[in-house]
Design a protein around this ligand. Structure first.
Ligand code: ZN
Length: 630
């Protein structure tokens, strides 16, 4: 056993404990004595205070009530209104997962129902929300985790041993080093290697979808990167430029942990599977398969915001809300015992959006900030949101008055849901009439994930969902388009409607199908809401091109665009003003700022302005450059 377990046995009687294992950084003790377990709350708490690590005391699997009878008991104890979906037993870990529609009712006041279940059955219950919209991806992910619980137990124990191996060793931490394997003066393929004497950590591992071949992927051939020495991966959020290259690590043998939030795990897996599909459709060999996406899921370790966790003997991380996408995190990295503190911003939004709260700015300590610079140049300033909403509503009213349809090509992940909530709010405030809102393509799958994790949304939306039953994603006017036949029915229908469909730049997907059939009628309109890359069809349409050629069989078809063309600015990124305000409000202020995730000129512009305004050292590394922090 490791030193830390010996340390625990100084205060908890060893003869009462049947097994001691790790679940990542958590230490789990099993006991065959139910009396001891239920009377030891104070003892466990004081031990936790002393060693400053999480300890859980669980009944030994040998004293559990058999699962059939336990299920009967649980169904008797939990009120019917909670809506039990399914009950799953993990008999290796003495855990029972109870999936319900209304978690609050299943937990009971102050968790009293959970206590009762534990006392009667000895199983340790965990309540999970079943998504109000059926989500095949969440079902699949939970299935993978349940089916591999035996493997997960061993994997988490191995992860813990790595963390605690060397615990309390008074080691001198002499250096910290960051190497940019991607996202140095560019947007796309975020990937940074953090090294100390003790640890090797990868932060994000994404794909630049606007590039082809090696340019699309991080520099994993950099001399300092050795996959078999990698201790852990930290994933800030689900967007493909941060997450989509992760399965590739598993293809080449990585079997360590990936730390992320639950929504990030689910959306990442969905987008990774989509990446395989897109590469197949483009007649390319996919760079990884579904099996490797499954490996990614099997090796995730889920953290909530503000949950402090050791990931190696000298590195401790905490996630904070980034305001960018559901489950998106800024990563606070504490190195050594007070040696150095880093904040990796990932992608941030520093104003309240319809779905999320703005990025956090308070941290216990901070020496180095790694900040995104997507909109880092002086002129990268978005319009005030209030004004935007009014223009959007007025535009909708005009289109509906003439019986037109509004097509909104959206990004599946994040922006689509943001647009949906803005429309829902306009309808509830009687700014526009309640026309049907059709949701087609990947947007629907990701919307289902949003409904499963309301606790990650801002207080206003949460309140709307929990207390008023005004869930914007489940409103009467929101309708799913699930097949080609249904899509044609939407196109042929009479009267006004709004259609949200991927892709956002009209480079394939359902939005193109709608566009082809709606573009020639003057009464219709199209409204873009995502970044439009220079060569995209969306950019051409937005720039006023009216004759669009499409391939049809062996010939060509020319489409004449007569529909109105608009743009809605709902960026998930902080604009220049917000980036400066974010640094201004950071408490404490960092001593060094590293700019990344931005075109070269924008990184440099922001670096020089922040240096002038705050008198802080700034740097904008290129890919393959390394920075020594200590
Ligand atoms: Zn992002």
């Amino acid at each position: 056993m490791t030193e830390i377990i010996d340390e625990i046995f100084k205060s908890i009687p060893k003869d009462k404990i049947s097994d001691a294992v790790f679940e990542g950084a958590n230490i789990v003790l099993y006991s065959k004595d139910p009396q001891f377990i239920f009377k030891s709350n104070d003892l466990v708490r004081s031990t936790v205070m002393e060693i400053k690590k999480r300890i859980e005391l669980r009944p030994d699997p040998s004293i559990l009530m058999d699962s059939e009878r336990a299920e009967e008991e649980i169904r008797k104890l939990i009120p019917a209104e909670a809506g039990i979906d399914q009950i799953i037993f993990d008999d290796q870990r003495s855990l029972v997962f109870i999936e319900v529609e209304k978690p609050n009712l299943a937990i009971g006041k102050g968790g009293e129902l959970l206590q009762e279940i534990k006392q009667k059955t000895h199983w340790v219950p965990t309540i999970r929300r079943s998504p109000p919209i059926r989500s095949p991806i969440i079902e699949n992910i939970r299935g993978v985790l349940y089916q591999n619980s035996d493997y997960r137990r061993k994997f988490l124990d191995r992860t813990g041993r790595r963390i605690y191996n060397g615990w309390m060793r008074s080691k001198r931490h002499e250096w910290i080093r960051l190497t940019y394997l991607g996202s140095g003066r560019q947007v796309g393929r975020s990937c940074i290697l953090l090294q100390t004497q003790e640890s090797r950590i990868l932060i994000d591992c994404g794909i630049d979808v606007s590039q082809e071949n090696e340019e699309a992927y991080p520099y994993l051939d950099a001399p300092e990167f050795k996959i078999d020495e990698l201790d852990a991966v930290i994933l800030s959020h689900a967007h493909v430029d941060h997450s989509a290259f992760l399965p590739y690590l598993f293809k080449y043998g990585y079997r360590g942990p990936v730390y992320c939030t639950a929504p990030t795990r689910d959306i990442s897996a969905l987008l990774q599977l989509d990446t395989i599909k897109i590469q197949r459709n483009d007649n390319n060999d996919p760079i990884y398969t579904q099996d490797e996406v499954k490996e990614f899921v099997k090796h995730t370790v889920i953290l909530d915001y503000e949950e402090v966790t050791d990931i190696t003997p000298d590195i401790r991380i905490t996630f904070h809300n980034s305001g960018h996408i559901i489950g998106g995190a800024m990563v606070h990295i504490h190195v050594g015992n007070g040696l150095h503190n880093i904040l990796y911003s990932g992608d941030i939004k520093y104003s309240k959006t319809s779905l999320l709260a703005p990025a956090s700015t308070r941290f216990p300590r901070l020496e180095t900030l790694m900040l995104e610079a997507t909109y880092g140049a002086k002129d990268n300033v978005g319009p005030p949101p209030q004004e935007q909403d009014e223009i959007f509503a007025a535009t909708c009213r005009d289109i509906f008055a003439r019986g037109g349809k509004l097509l909104m090509p959206v990004l599946g992940s994040g922006r689509g849901q943001e647009v949906l909530v803005i429309i829902d709010r306009m309808i509830r405030n009687n700014l526009i009439e309640p026309v049907p809102i059709y949701i087609d393509g990947l947007v629907w799958d990701i919307t289902a994930i949003y409904t499963a994790y309301p606790e990650f949304l801002n207080a206003e939306i949460r309140n709307q969902i929990f207390h008023k039953d005004n869930n914007p994603f489940l409103a009467d006017w929101v309708k799913r388009v699930g097949s080609t036949k249904e899509r044609q029915e939407v196109i042929d229908s009479d009267g006004p409607c709004i259609i949200l469909a991927t892709s956002g730049m009209l480079n394939g997907g359902a939005s193109v199908e709608y566009f082809k059939q709606l573009a020639e009628q003057e009464k219709n309109a199209i409204m873009f809401s995502s970044y439009l890359s220079p060569n995209s069809l969306a950019k051409r349409v937005y720039s006023g091109e009216t004759a669009i050629a499409f391939r049809r069989g062996s010939g060509q078809e020319i489409l004449t665009v007569r529909m109105e063309v608009h743009k809605l600015d709902v960026s998930g990124h902080a604009d220049r003003k917000e980036l400066v305000a974010f640094v201004n409000n950071l408490n404490p202020k960092p001593k060094k700022i590293i700019l990344n995730h931005g075109e070269s000129s924008r990184c440099l512009d922001l670096a020089s302005s922040l240096h002038k305004q705050f008198r802080i050292e700034t740097i904008a590394p290129r890919n393959l450059e390394a920075i020594r922090l200590r």
